[in-house]
Design a protein around this ligand. Structure first.
Ligand SMILES: Cc1cc2nc3c(=O)[nH]c(=O)nc-3n(C[C@H](O)[C@H](O)[C@H](O)COP(=O)(O)OP(=O)(O)OC[C@H]3O[C@@H](n4cnc5c(N)ncnc54)[C@H](O)[C@@H]3O)c2cc1C
Length: 304
């Protein structure tokens, strides 16, 4: 239950802010699991965001930031305090020459389409990743040889109430990691440096990647993409497949038959099912190959 005094003050301080209470996180994660968030707010500008965060700090209300929830496993007990969701209301973008600057809530697919329309290459890899810009920068998302680190020039982050402009080096981007995972800073916007190219060629590359995803990935079932990070010297999906785990189930959570790196919601799964399956996969793969798989998915929230 959210502190009612906090809620009243939040609504008074930010009358236009979209605020909901007792929100099932299963609606806001692509795994379609997760208990309720006490309170969720979707800011539409930086001033609203800053005001909500300052009030949460003063009232001692914990804050969790989410984007499109495509790399999140929220436990069944849900999330206490305030969830800040970056979404449609925070997704302006602008193209200038060979750069695109966009806010943290824009979907990567929309960003990639914008680059395509402007005849700019570099974001094709991102067109099929179902996350927001903010989540992608925090995760240094990547696919098919491309990743955020290759195209980002700088980002604006909110750090203890201050807006900081960080260049690419300062963002500390490495495989599925960024400085923001350690600091908890919020990604407000980012600027990407791209290159001019033929629109038809860019479209063809995007289409090729779409077909490759369609062929290899279980896109018909809820998932969070590759559940585990790629261990050094091996591929998680191959290790899981070699351990005989394709199709392995705990409750409604299942190792995909199509792509062993994906844990999918085959129907009615809980977060506890996914956590139990994750541990089973980790133990079996370790016994079979000696590799320790670490989740790429960010696990948050409380046990039921
Ligand atoms: C079908 C499918 C395919 C996928 N394919 C890929 C792929 O090819 N490559 C890849 O890298 N990933 C892939 N993913 C995973 C996921 O889409 C990416 O990690 C994506 O970048 C996450 O973005 P999001 O907005 O959904 O972030 P969320 O899942 O909402 O959050 C992820 C993390 O980022 C933080 N966060 C989110 N927004 C902000 C912000 N504005 N400021 C600060 N912190 C923030 C959250 O607190 C959390 O720690 C796939 C997922 C699915 C479901």
């Amino acid at each position: 239950m959210i502190d009612q005094i906090f809620l009243k003050e939040l609504r008074a301080a930010c009358p236009a802010l979209m605020v909901q209470t007792d929100v099932p996180m299963s609606r806001y994660t692509t795994l379609r699991v997760g208990g309720p968030a006490d309170c969720m707010a979707e800011p539409s500008d930086v001033e609203e965001l800053k005001a909500a965060l300052e009030l949460a700090r003063r009232c001692d209300v914990p804050v969790t930031v989410v984007g499109n929830g495509s790399n999140l496993l929220v436990r069944d007990g849900g999330i206490r305090g305030l969830v800040i969701r970056f979404g449609r209301a925070f997704s302006c973008s602008a193209t200038e020459g060979e750069t695109i600057t966009a806010q943290g809530g824009i979907l990567l697919s929309d960003l990639a389409q914008q680059a395509l329309k402007a005849g700019l290459t570099g974001l094709e890899f991102a067109s099929g990743i179902p996350g927001t810009l903010g989540g992608a920068v925090v995760m240094n998302a990547g696919a098919y040889g491309g990743e955020i680190a290759q195209v980002i020039e700088s980002a604006e982050v909110l750090s203890s109430g201050q807006i900081l402009a960080l260049d690419r080096e300062t963002l500390g981007l490495s495989y599925r990691h960024s400085r923001m995972q350690d600091t908890g800073e919020l990604v407000l916007s980012a600027r990407f440096r791209l290159q001019k190219d033929d629109t038809a060629a860019i479209r063809a590359r995007m289409e090729d990647l779409r077909v490759r995803r369609q062929d290899k990935q279980p896109l018909n079932l809820p998932s969070a993409g590759s559940f585990f990070k790629r261990p050094v010297g091996a591929y998680a999906a191959q290790l899981i497949d070699e351990a005989g785990l394709k199709g392995c189930r705990v409750g409604g959570a299942m190792v995909s038959e199509k792509h062993a790196g994906f844990l999918v919601n085959a129907g009615g799964a809980t977060a506890a099912d996914f956590l139990a399956l994750m541990r089973q996969v980790q133990e079996t793969v370790y016994k079979n190959s000696g590799f320790r798989l670490e989740p790429e998915v960010r696990i948050i929230g409380e046990e039921a």
